[in-house]
Design a binder for this molecule. Structure first.
Ligand code: PMP
Length: 396
């Protein structure tokens, strides 16, 4: 079979993937992975809300009251008062006129990109954008031009070089999922204004994490109201699952009427929706989780950099420890595993060739002793001089 040859080729290149089951993630950052107790450093549960008793309780109560499933798409039988309440809350949180909930962040990106732009339009997309943006661009039928990662000069060159389209949409992650760096939003806003372009921002990793009140990248930069379309997920800091889009009332009405991923898919289950609502309340009222997370992330970034590792990010809970080849990242992941740290290798096509890495993500429930343990593990691995990191890479 053709796929068996392809699987063999993936194994040959060190790119073969397999699943590991994470049974329980405790509220102290420990997890059972394939039956073994480990420190979890690979979860997007940045604020620990997936284990928060208030979120779990809200979810149970809604399941008991409304049922296990939503029973239909939002425009038929799937819509309920709790979907409406969540959308109202998300709009309030994101300080927009309205919001719409979709079943995943992936579908939220699909919904926007296949609805807002089409033939005769132009999309300018950052080279580091998430796969769901890449797929949405492909499906949109708009001309898609990739600009170099976070490079405003290249973005401007591409804006100048591609004129005459009906609409131009600049699309960027707010926080890039694999590097953990933040998009140069002030420059993007400036260019969009000068060239008459719309801005769409995927704030999956910034929602709940960046900004004084956790509203995301635009709050971080003091640019609330300057991004036309803000997308987010309910599956990372919000701790459950689902996606959403926040923006003007007319944008949200348009998506409700036209976006196929919204129209043709069963609505999120009541338990998920109520859990997300409870989580957004906690995000808005407990800023201390965010502050802890930021302090720990900065500390770990500085320590790993000073050990000689090439580390991306530094301002968010996502740190990329660059290894180089896929095998090197896999080796480092195995070494970390021996130290009881769960941090899988990230390899192409998720990241560009030559930048295979360990992606470490922090959660507010990590303790100082967990961070110290990670630092000493990296120190020991470096001292043993395994081949897990390409030493020819520039330092820090
Ligand atoms: N955008 C970004 C930047 C992401 O990292 C992800 C998930 N990894 C998504 C969108 C998709 O979100 P979801 O997992 O909710 O489908």
């Amino acid at each position: 079979m053709i796929w068996e040859q392809e699987l063999a080729a993936l194994k040959e290149k060190g790119l073969y993937r397999k699943l590991r089951s994470v049974e329980t993630l405790n509220d102290d950052g420990q997890a059972l992975v394939n039956g073994q107790k480990m420190l979890m450093f690979a979860s997007n549960n940045y604020l620990g809300l997936a284990q928060d008793q208030r979120v779990i309780e809200a979810s149970i109560q809604a399941t008991e009251r409304f049922g296990a499933g939503s029973t239909g798409s939002r425009l038929t039988t799937g819509h309920s008062i709790i979907h409406e309440a969540l959308e109202g809350k998300l709009a309030q949180f994101k300080q927009t006129e309205a919001a719409i909930v979709l079943n995943t962040g992936y579908m939220a990106n699909m919904a926007v990109l296949t609805t807002i732009v089409g033939e005769g339009d132009l999309i300018l997309s950052d080279a580091g954008n998430h796969a769901s943006i890449i797929d949405g661009c492909r499906l949109s039928r708009a001309k898609t031009v990739i600009y170099s990662h976070a490079d405003l000069d290249d973005l401007e060159l591409k804006l100048q070089g591609h004129q005459g389209f009906k609409k131009t949409l600049i699309v960027t992650d707010g926080v890039f999922s694999m590097d953990g760096d933040i998009a140069p939003l002030p420059g993007i806003v400036n260019l969009a204004k000068r060239y008459g372009a719309l801005i769409m921002m995927d704030d999956a990793h910034a929602t709940g994490v960046l900004g004084k009140d956790g509203r995301g990248t635009s709050e971080h930069f003091g640019l609330k109201g300057k991004v036309d379309i803000e997308m987010g997920t309910l599956s990372k800091a919000i701790g459950v699952e689902g996606g959403f889009v926040a923006g003007s009332r007319s944008l949200i009405d348009y998506l409700l009427n036209k976006a196929r991923p919204f129209i043709f898919s069963t609505a999120l289950s009541p338990g998920v929706v109520a859990g997300a609502s409870a989580a957004v309340d906690i995000i808005m009222t407990e800023p201390e989780r965010r502050v802890r997370l930021q302090n720990m992330s900065r500390h770990l970034y500085e320590e790993l950099t000073s050990l000689g590792y090439t580390v991306t990010g530094g301002e968010t809970p996502i740190l990329g420890i660059i290894c180089g080849k896929p095998e090197q990242a896999t080796l480092l992941s195995k070494e970390l595993h021996k130290h009881g740290i769960y941090a899988p290798a990230i390899r192409p096509p998720t990241v560009p060739d030559g930048t295979s890495r360990i992606r470490l993500t922090l959660m507010s429930q990590h303790r100082e002793r967990h961070i110290d343990h990670v630092i000493s593990a990296f120190k020991a691995i470096r001292a043993n001089d395994t081949d897990s990191v390409d030493k020819t890479l520039p330092i820090g």
